[in-house]
Design a protein around this ligand. Structure first.
Ligand SMILES: [Zn+2]
Length: 200
């Protein structure tokens, strides 16, 4: 009887794990699809297709599945459990749409302090799409055009971004909140990304 109980428990635990793997796969793929749609709308086809591919690598995928919760990033659950997120450390070094990718260190000051480099415009645009998609995935029907700006402002500490990156990200998130996706995407495509040759 105890053996039967043991097998049953193992089976159910396995079942829970399998559901988490499936739900994690569904979540990252849905997120990727939303970013892809946004990137295509502004003409960033290659970035749309390649967005977040490292999430399917074993270093990120299995950690994400293990800490899957559905209503927030599994990276935060890993941080609570381990103290830091191995999946995020793997992710941010390989994906240029994260401002953390662009953090260099400074030679001046002698302290080896961190120094953010400016993000190219096309990655700022992808970062905006990423934030929209993340808010849509986690907020569901509560999502509005101002959700990405609200989330951005909710940070307790200011993000260590280069002034150029910060200025443009804030500008685009404010435009999204005030004017909506259609106008913002059209602005990104026709104006924002067209300036790329002149100044970054
Ligand atoms: Zn990413």
């Amino acid at each position: 009887m105890r053996i039967y109980q043991c097998i049953k428990e193992k089976w159910y635990r396995g079942e829970r794990e399998r559901v988490k793997v499936f739900n994690h796969l569904k979540t990252i793929t849905y997120h990727k699809w939303l970013v892809c749609k946004g990137c295509f709308a502004v003409g960033l086809y290659r970035q749309g297709l390649l967005h977040d591919m490292s999430k399917y690598s074993p270093s990120e995928f299995w950690v994400g599945a293990k800490y899957f919760q559905g209503n927030r990033s599994p990276n935060n659950a890993e941080r609570e459990a381990v103290g830091y997120s191995t999946a995020w450390l793997h992710h941010k070094g390989r994906n240029k749409h994260h401002y953390e990718y662009w953090i260099d260190y400074s030679l001046s000051g002698g302290s080896g302090g961190m120094s953010p480099a400016p993000m190219p415009r096309r990655y700022i645009a992808e970062m905006v799409m990423d934030r929209i998609a993340a808010c849509k995935v986690y907020l569901g029907e509560d999502y509005t055009d101002s959700s990405p700006l609200t989330y951005y402002k909710s940070r307790k500490e200011p993000a260590p971004m280069h002034e150029f990156t910060k200025k443009n990200l804030e500008f685009l998130l404010c435009m999204l909140a005030e004017k909506g996706e259609k106008k913002t995407f059209s602005y990104i495509k026709r104006r924002f990304l067209k300036k790329a040759g002149k100044k970054r």
